[in-house]
Design a protein around this ligand. Structure first.
Ligand code: ZN
Ligand code: ZN
Length: 454
């Protein structure tokens, strides 16, 4: 090609209102390779991490995260930037420590989100040990009442993260089960796969009428210690955990590349809030940076898409998917044809999954073919859950796009002080951006129906 034809081709690409069907695939390949070679995800993630840091839901830091997100969207050329507020319960950890009485063992703990508080001076109680949540459920109240319940379930490493799904109930429901049986407090083995003395936080919940008792996670080495001590004989623990809860506020942020045909929207995004004990990089600064960078790549290097591309950065995911639920409720009348979220770290995408109307399956064949050079395989079936924040949209009928990431090391860092920038592999981060850019472009340049409900 001569310089003149290159310029002509570039101008044609930049000014054509809408890609012809045959061009969509070629443009997808071009966008994929452009994103792989250069995209703004890494500088965005560095800037979010260094200038804002951890972004606990409801905190002043989460609000600064929103200001950062709006400025980033503006800089990347997104328009119709919106902030939509919603109320939350603002939970903050207080003092936390634990030690085994009659020994010199202190335990590495972290309070679980939404958990209640011990007295300021702490509480001392005998420990009731259970291997699993099922064993706790089966126990008589008398074996639990007034005690600190310890649940020693074990999570294993899986590429797809399925072990988190299987074991997640221990953290989400275990404290409430113990509270209903009269427990004084709960300690769980962290939902994690590392063997550092880093406990993994995360949210729990107490149904109405169930007292919010103190609930903490133990680092894996500490959980193993307590398990061994339980096998030797009675164990007493002194526990201090003094979190507070108060009414607060969070918000969702969104920005768009308007489509050439109004009325059809493709949503992609991640969540802005994070836990307080790390820096919110893997969870979920990476998803924020990946999806912003994908939209920026389409905006800067592609023709105008047919459907509107909207990046949504949800607030308050960690403390109960409050942002995702609020977004679904506020946008239930909108024609969001497809939604996807990136919320599983920064390691490579290895699988593409869908849940769309039958008319959308040929689109997913195109997406799978375009992602194959990135090492991404299609997942058989058409029943993706999509993730926490898109769940409410999917329940309303939006189609689901899921780009599943390699979770082999995700639960080494998840919800720990080790969720820091140095853990991110930039090449894998860029592969994520390339995958999202490609899939979102193909969906947004298409017109085949995707919704599973009208
Ligand atoms: Zn997350
Ligand atoms: Zn999380």
């Amino acid at each position: 090609m001569t310089i003149r034809t290159i310029i002509a081709a570039t101008l044609a690409l930049a000014t054509s209102a809408q890609a012809a069907p045959d061009d969509r695939i070629a443009i997808a390949a071009k966008l994929r390779d452009t994103a792989l070679a250069s995209n703004p995800a890494w500088p965005l993630l560095v800037d979010l991490t260094d200038s804002v840091g951890q972004r606990l839901a409801g905190s002043e830091a989460e609000a600064r995260g929103r200001a950062w997100a709006k400025a980033a969207m503006q800089k990347l050329g997104l328009v119709n930037i919106r902030e939509e507020a919603f109320p939350i319960t603002f939970w903050q950890r207080g003092q936390e420590s634990a030690r085994v009485l009659g020994s010199n063992h202190s335990l590495a703990i972290t309070a679980l989100g939404n958990s209640g508080a011990t007295p300021a001076a702490g509480l001392t109680a005998p420990v009731a040990c259970f291997d699993t949540l099922a064993a706790l459920r089966a126990a008589p109240d008398a074996a639990v009442k007034g005690r600190i319940v310890f649940i020693d379930h074990r999570m294993t490493v899986t590429q797809d993260g399925s072990s988190y799904g299987i074991n997640g109930g221990v953290r989400r429901a275990g404290p409430a089960v113990a509270a209903q049986k009269g427990a004084a407090a709960v300690m769980i083995r962290s939902l994690g796969t590392d063997h550092h003395r880093n406990p993994h936080t995360g949210s729990t919940s107490f149904p109405a009428g169930t007292p919010a008792i103190p609930a903490v996670a133990l680092a894996l080495p500490d959980a193993e210690l307590v398990g061994r001590l339980c096998a030797r004989g009675p164990v007493q623990v002194h526990l201090v955990s003094t979190p507070t809860s108060q009414p607060g506020q969070s918000a969702n942020i969104s920005g768009e590349i308007p489509g050439s045909v109004p009325g059809e929207i493709v949503v992609l995004g991640g969540h802005l809030d994070s836990w307080d004990i790390g820096q919110g990089v893997f969870d979920d600064g990476a998803g924020v940076a990946i999806t912003l960078a994908a939209a920026a790549t389409i905006k800067a290097s592609g023709p105008q898409p047919r459907r509107t591309v909207r990046v949504v950065l949800w607030g308050s995911e960690e403390i109960g998917v409050v942002g995702g639920r609020a977004y679904g409720e506020a946008h239930k009348q909108e024609n969001i044809v497809l939604a996807g979220e990136s919320d599983f770290g920064a390691d490579r995408v290895w699988r593409v999954e869908s849940r769309v109307a039958a008319t959308g399956l040929p689109l997913f064949s195109e997406i799978a073919a375009a992602l194959a050079p990135l090492g991404v395989q299609p997942q058989p079936g058409n029943d993706s859950g999509g993730g926490a924040d898109v769940g409410p949209l999917a329940a309303l009928g939006s189609g689901v796009l899921e780009l599943a990431q390699d979770g082999t090391r995700y639960f080494d860092y998840h919800h720990t002080p080790d969720d820091t920038l140095d853990k991110v592999d930039r090449a894998q981060l860029d592969q994520n951006v390339a995958a999202w850019t490609t899939a979102i472009w193909l969906a947004a340049s298409d017109d085949r129906p995707l919704r599973t409900k009208p």
